[in-house]
Design a protein around this ligand. Structure first.
Ligand SMILES: [Fe+2]
Length: 287
């Protein structure tokens, strides 16, 4: 395969490989090494069936089933390892803008790390872009290793050892809420992760904040919210961002532990069909 960096340590285009075919051990290692360095990989022109998408993903770890909060419609896809992110009903028609499913889909336009509100959280997300709108709907990635490196020594010392709470409904509430019941919210309790962690594959330190973070352990809420806001503002400066302009059948793979990402706005009346398959972080015995 051919690996072409977009910047020296962030985002690369990978060509001369067919993801629909079983991945050899050598190719798996080569991709793991590439994502450890670049954090985001772009594989252009890779039309995949759901089964091929899931088989490729499984080479990199156990599958995270994710969740699409507020989605009450029956599944369209036969492979339950693949998450349907299309803005359509069960028959494939574009949903009315006010449909509840759009709360979760629009929440993806906040900077986030997939499933950071779960334990274990997501490791690699592999997103197939099948049918994208003509305007908008790009996906942006922010390098959280570079963002950490760029913090002042004082801020690094301030946040050393801090633990933040991640809660799935925080982003939905910021959009006016999704009509969730107390029981639904209680079924997905908040989780706690260090604000700075070390990426085992690269040894690099990385920030771990985003829209799902709403508290810092041991800190009053307004002070915590402001610090989280400041960190997110720092972490998403344009110098850390790669913006992906989609072509149909692009496949994007990223490390959720090293990056934040967000979709960009698009006309809700236009079809935007993406499918995601995701691996979980394999937690060590210490958790
Ligand atoms: Fe996401």
């Amino acid at each position: 395969m051919n690996i072409e960096p977009i910047s020296p340590d962030f985002a690369a285009r990978v060509t001369d490989i067919d993801l629909s075919q079983p991945l050899s051990d050598e190719a798996t290692v080569e991709i793991e090494q590439a994502i450890a360095r670049f954090a985001v990989l772009i594989f252009p022109d890779q039309p995949l069936t759901d089964d091929q998408h899931a088989a490729f993903t499984r080479r990199f770890g156990p599958i995270d089933k994710g969740l699409l909060l507020g989605s009450k419609r029956k599944p369209r896809l036969s492979n339950s390892d693949v998450i349907d992110l299309a803005n359509v009903d069960a028959d494939g028609n574009v949903l009315p803008a006010a449909n509840i499913r759009n709360v979760s889909l629009i929440a993806n336009q906040f900077w986030h790390s997939d499933s950071s509100f779960k334990s274990p959280p997501a490791k690699y997300s592999i997103l197939c872009g099948m049918d994208l709108p003509d305007q908008g709907g790009q996906t942006e990635f922010a390098d959280q290793r570079a963002a950490y490196d760029d913090l002042s020594d004082d801020m690094k010392a301030t946040i050393d050892g801090m633990v933040a709470e991640h809660w799935a409904y925080h982003s939905r509430n910021m959009l006016g809420g999704g009509g969730y019941s107390e029981a639904e919210m209680a079924a997905l309790p908040a989780v706690h992760w260090p604000i700075v962690h070390t990426i085992s594959e690269s040894g690099r330190k990385s920030l771990f904040v985003g829209i799902h973070t709403r508290e810092i352990d041991g800190m009053i809420t307004p002070e915590a919210r402001m610090l989280l806001h400041d960190l997110l503002e720092h972490a998403t400066q344009r110098k850390f961002v790669y913006r992906h302009e989609w072509q149909n059948n692009d496949v994007l793979m990223w490390d959720n532990q090293s990056t934040l990402h967000r979709g960009r706005a698009y006309d809700l009346n236009q079809l935007r069909e993406l499918r995601r398959c995701t691996t979980e972080v394999v937690l060590d015995e210490a958790g």
